[in-house]
Design a binder for this molecule. Structure first.
Ligand SMILES: CC(C)(COP(=O)(O)OP(=O)(O)OC[C@H]1O[C@@H](n2cnc3c(N)ncnc32)[C@H](O)[C@@H]1OP(=O)(O)O)[C@@H](O)C(=O)NCCC(=O)NCCS
Length: 144
C-alpha cells in the first residue's frame, strides 16, 4: 500500500471515485485547477497500481484548511483506508502549522459523520441547500 501525492495522470481514476462516492457532479478541471496551490494536500492511496482512495484539501489561510473530498473505493471501505488517508492529510497540515480543519458533509451521510467524529471533528453548523440537489450540509470543524 502506497500513500503518495496526486499526479495529473491519476485524474481519471480520482474523478471516477469522486463521482461514485459523492453524488455530486464535479467538473474534472476543478482538481487540476486547485491542487497546484497545495499539492501536498491532495493525497492518493495506491495498491498494486490501482488507486483505492484519495483526500483532497485546500488551504484557506495560513492556519486553516478545508477538506473538499475524501473517498474510498466502495469495495474497500471499513478497512481503515479512510483513516490512513486522513492521517496523512493531517500530517501535511501539521507540517504547515495548520491549526483548524473544516469540511462540509451531507446531513444524510451518517457514515461520513461518524467517520469524522471518530477523528475528533464536531458538527458546528448547518448550511441550508449546500448541495446541488438542495440537501443541507453539516459544517464540521477540528481545532488541532
Ligand atoms: C467516509 C469514508 C471515507 C470512510 O472510509 P473507510 O475507509 O470506510 O473508513 P475507516 O475504515 O477508516 O473507518 C473509520 C471509522 O469511521 C466510522 N465508519 C466507517 N464506516 C462506517 C459505517 N459504515 N457506519 C458507521 N461508521 C462507520 C467508524 O467509526 C470507523 O471506525 P471503526 O472501524 O473503529 O468502527 C467512506 O465511507 C467513503 O468513501 N464514503 C463516501 C464518500 C464520503 O462520504 N466522503 C466524506 C464526505 S467528503
Amino acid at each position: 500500500m502506497l500513500i503518495r501525492q496526486f499526479r495529473p495522470n491519476d485524474l481519471q481514476r480520482v474523478y471516477e471515485l469522486a463521482c461514485a462516492s459523492l453524488s455530486e457532479n464535479y467538473n474534472p478541471t476543478l482538481f487540476i485547477d486547485l491542487y497546484v496551490y497545495w499539492p501536498e494536500g491532495f493525497v492518493v492511496l495506491e495498491h498494486e497500481g490501482r488507486i483505492l482512495g484519495f483526500v483532497f484539501g485546500v488551504l484557506l489561510s495560513r492556519t486553516d484548511a478545508r477538506i473538499l473530498m475524501l473517498a474510498v473505493d466502495p469495495q474497500m471501505r471499513g478497512r481503515g483506508l479512510g483513516t490512513i488517508l486522513y492521517r496523512d492529510f493531517r500530517r501535511e497540515c501539521g507540517l504547515k502549522s495548520i491549526s483548524h480543519i473544516t469540511l462540509e458533509v451531507r446531513v444524510s451521510n451518517t457514515v461520513a459523520i461518524h467517520f469524522y467524529e471518530k477523528l475528533g471533528f464536531q458538527i458546528t453548523g448547518r448550511v441550508p441547500r449546500y448541495y446541488s440537489n438542495g440537501e443541507d450540509a453539516f459544517r464540521m470543524d477540528l481545532h488541532t
